[in-house]
Design a protein around this ligand. Structure first.
Ligand SMILES: NC(=O)C1=CN([C@@H]2O[C@H](COP(=O)(O)OP(=O)(O)OC[C@H]3O[C@@H](n4cnc5c(N)ncnc54)[C@H](OP(=O)(O)O)[C@@H]3O)[C@@H](O)[C@H]2O)C=CC1
Ligand SMILES: O=C(O)C1=N[C@H](C(=O)O)C[C@H](O)C1
Length: 271
């Protein structure tokens, strides 16, 4: 099969630059376009140079319709508004759309799912093997513990992160809720402050810390009577998120239209 031609959306961002680097090292993948926000001062700059590589001749552009004429997939780590704008074009052009953007609302998710009868979308709040294994473990542990164990999810990220809780924290919350057979949106405690009252039994709690350059730490705490279980993942580098996203694109190329997760890509659904 020919190399998969990939567009990086958000090419000037932290993840975009990591994606450009990892694509250049990945057999079977080639960078064919670099998308940035309209009005960005990075438009026209070379994607390779921005990523710390030799120039590759791929200049940042704000025109996805034009870029997508010669592409097979788009790796999208941007902001919710941009991702939603990209969904329709990716579907129209028949591109595999790998979505790593977090902070999407439930109505954004509905828009994404609305194209998946004809388009291939892989979406995950975290593309790393470690976090997706952690999610499988969290589901399994939550299945075994009753409500005498309170579930709390703690995350820490760098000072520039704009959404909370992180997409990963929500993914882990969904895994815990699935283990408990409850709906996360009806059993969440977010943003405690002031006279909150006692903890509601059965809730899954979220807490977010922001500071420095932390790439992403997540802990799921099962706090029971007289003992606590803590499951933790610490990301040390964005490279493995980029590797996961590229793996997802290469995997998805052979799939039927549909909505897929990293658990599908990594074969973790029966874990
Ligand atoms: N699923 C996963 O594994 C991971 C997900 N993420 C998520 O990915 C997203 C990006 O993270 P990060 O790279 O750190 O953030 P950055 O802010 O560094 O990068 C986002 C980039 O998207 C650009 N952008 C904004 N609007 C558009 C647009 N309309 N079209 C194209 N590009 C646009 C921004 O440009 P400008 O600065 O000019 O606005 C910026 O360059 C976040 O939601 C983050 O949570 C991050 C790591 C891993
Ligand atoms: O914004 C980030 O940096 C990250 N975002 C993702 C999230 O919201 O969970 C994944 C990772 O934790 C880094």
């Amino acid at each position: 099969m020919s190399d998969m031609r990939l567009i990086v959306a958000g090419a000037g961002g932290r993840m975009g630059r990591a994606l450009t680097r990892v694509i250049s090292e990945t057999p079977g993948a080639v960078l064919t376009g670099a998308l940035e926000a309209p009005g960005s001062e990075l438009l026209g700059k070379d994607a390779g140079v921005l990523a710390g590589l030799p120039a590759n001749g791929i200049l940042l552009s704000a025109d996805l319709w034009k870029l997508s004429a010669d592409a097979d997939g788009i790796l999208d780590f941007t902001v919710p508004g941009a991702t939603i704008a990209n969904v329709a074009i990716a579907a129209e052009r028949g591109l595999v759309h790998v979505i790593g953007t977090t902070g999407l609302s439930s109505s954004d998710d509905a828009v994404i799912k609305s194209v998946t009868s004809r388009a291939i979308v892989v979406k995950s709040g975290n593309m790393s093997l470690g976090v997706n294994l952690l999610a499988a473990l969290v589901k399994r542990v939550a299945q075994s513990l009753d409500e005498s164990f309170d579930i709390e999810i703690l995350e820490m990220h760098h000072r520039a992160k704009v959404d909370a809780p992180s997409g990963t924290a929500l993914l882990l919350g969904e895994a815990a809720a699935a283990g408990r057979r409850i709906a996360l949106d009806q059993h969440s405690a977010r943003g405690r402050d002031g006279q909150t009252g006692a903890r509601r039994s059965g809730d899954i709690g979220f807490a977010s810390l922001r500071g420095g350059t932390a790439v992403g730490d997540h802990s799921v705490i099962f706090a029971g009577p007289m003992e606590r279980i803590e499951l933790t993942h610490r990301a040390e580098d964005r490279t493995m998120f980029a590797q996961g996203a590229i793996k997802a694109a290469l995997w998805a190329r052979g799939q039927k239209p549909g909505f897929y997760s990293m658990a599908d890509v990594l074969g973790l659904n029966d874990f």
